[in-house]
Design a protein around this ligand. Structure first.
Ligand code: BES
Ligand code: MN
Ligand code: ZN
Length: 488
């Protein structure tokens, strides 16, 4: 990973020299020390009007000893939400260049949010750009990097808040790293190793191997795994931050480290993107990192099913019938509908082992969700209105938006088959819904949400706080869900 900005918080005495960034609405009321003839004229010439996200830079502003004054427009201050401050931080980070910059943000909460946005915006996946290969990047690396000092009313409180806030950012970046990592590097075994690293933060991490999952009769997951030379894993991450006897809340992730489709092989074009088919597992791992790093007062379990879907001589075939851990049998009619098979066993295992308060699973499950919702919303499927509402509300805060989709008996019938309890594909239509109906057959009466993140976990376009292929979608959303509803 490239160098990230150094973040510090200090009291809000304006620096006498160097680079300073300030935020302003259309009133352009700058701090006294800056509001001189020269600065005002420069803003005038630049036609700076304080509109949201628009910025201007004034070099060697007259009336000051500063090298550079950057003014970022906020638009109407009354309209601003928390996410706007992350976006402002991201925007500033991307325009200020290398070196030291002080940023004047009196409100501590806003300063911390800006710092989060700045670090997220700086994230790059450039681990594999070697010296000889990437000349441009070399030049950058030789420089000093960015150092951002937020000048704020209560730097002590800001530093304290940053301990938690930076843990969340680290969780998002961990999720991005995992999704960006190619599948030759991030095999199920390697992914499990990375999950194991959460023990350093105080998580209990258990890793199941193939023989353990065979013993547990996870025939659905193991059926997918047999097509690959890279053996499967299941990682179970536990964070005990709540009351001792409090039931845990649970997050389950699809972790297909590469999805070729198996014997129902995918077409070649764009198949490389399927290195990101573990976006759900990445989000769960990033979330567990975030929660542990900020010592969330909740009991949480994260379970990720890790397999590679490959077309080997021993791979499962269309027409095969497997028995899932729940005892329900599945006729595999398309080996490319593998995510639901992995999740079927992970969800059932989660219920059996933890009897959680609720289960939320995340999965890059269907291409059809891209057809329905594009990259703007993740699909939300649920048997619980309250949990759905809580997620919707959290999504409005973090701008990781969800859109609820239907689940009904009529859709459920579409996965009936005469040869087994169910088949792993529906018909031609409503592909995301039939996939969700399939999952619902494994959750019983546990409150449950399935988030289909095929459109949001990767390649979802860049934003003020992300320029990488992987977005880390879901980490901030779920951290917020926990913080707002499930901490004692
Ligand atoms: N991993 C894919 C879904 C996917 C597609 C994720 C595009 C991200 C981007 C999933 O395993 C899959 O192949 N789904 C099939 C299901 C079909 C065979 C019923 C699909 O969407 O085509
Ligand atoms: Mn597939
Ligand atoms: Zn898949």
């Amino acid at each position: 990973m490239s160098r990230l900005p150094t973040i510090t918080f200090a009291s809000n005495d304006l620096p006498e020299e160097g680079n300073l960034a300030v935020l302003s609405d259309k009133s352009l009321t700058l701090p006294d020390a800056l509001a001189g003839e020269g600065v005002n004229r420069a803003l005038d010439v630049a036609k700076f009007e304080g509109s949201k996200g628009k910025s201007t830079q004034i070099l060697c502003p007259a009336d000051t000893a500063l090298d550079k004054l950057i003014v970022l427009g906020t638009g109407d201050l009354n309209d601003l939400e928390e996410q706007d401050w992350l976006n402002f931080g991201g925007k500033l980070q991307s325009i200020i260049g290398e070196g030291e910059t002080s940023i004047l943000v009196p409100d501590t909460h806003q300063a911390v949010a800006m710092a989060q946005g700045a670090v997220l915006s700086a994230y790059k996946f450039d681990r594999y750009k070697t010296k000889s290969g990437g000349k441009k990047d070399d030049k950058k690396k030789s420089k000093e990097g960015q150092s951002l000092t937020f000048l704020t009313d209560d730097p002590k409180a800001a530093k304290k808040a940053w301990e938690a806030a930076s843990g969340i950012v680290d969780g998002v970046m961990l999720a991005r790293d995992l999704v960006n990592e190619p599948a030759n590097v991030l095999t199920p075994k390697d992914f499990a190793k990375r999950a194991k690293k959460l023990t350093k933060l105080g998580c209990k991490v258990t890793v199941l191997h193939g023989k353990d999952m065979d013993k547990l009769k996870m025939g659905a997951l193991m059926g997918v795994a047999r097509g690959s030379r890279n053996p499967p894993r299941m990682a179970i991450m536990e964070w005990h931050g709540g009351e001792k006897d409090d039931k845990p809340i649970a997050f389950i992730g699809k972790g297909v480290t590469f999805d070729t489709g198996g014997i129902s092989l995918k077409p070649g074009a764009g198949m490389g993107d399927m290195k990101g088919d573990m976006g759900g597992a990445a989000a769960v791992t990033g979330l567990m990192h975030a929660l542990a790093a900020r010592k969330a007062k909740a009991n949480v379990v994260g379970i990720i099913g890790l397999v590679e879907n490959m077309p080997d001589g021993d791979a499962q075939r269309p027409g095969d019938i497997v028995t899932s851990m729940s005892g329900q049998t599945i006729e595999i009619l398309n080996t490319d509908a593998e995510g639901r098979l992995v999740l079927a066993d992970a969800l059932h295992y989660c219920r059996e082992e933890f009897d959680p308060k609720f289960m939320i699973n995340l999965a890059t499950l269907t291409g059809a969700i891209l057809v329905a919702l594009g990259k703007e919303h993740a699909g939300l499927f649920s048997n619980d209105d309250d949990l759905s509402e809580q997620l919707s509300a959290a999504g409005k805060v973090t701008h990781e938006k969800v859109w609820r989709m239907p689940l009904t008996k009529a859709y459920d019938k579409l996965i009936d088959t005469k040869n087994a309890d169910m088949k792993n594909i529906g018909g031609r239509y409503a592909g995301s819904i039939t996939a969700a109906q399939f999952l619902q057959r494994y959750v019983g009466d546990t409150p449950w949400v399935h988030l289909d993140i095929a459109g949001t976990a990767m390649d979802s376009g860049s934003s003020d706080i992300n320029s990488s292929w992987a977005s880390g979608w879901g980490v901030r959303l779920l951290d917020r869900l926990v913080a707002d509803n499930y901490e004692s």
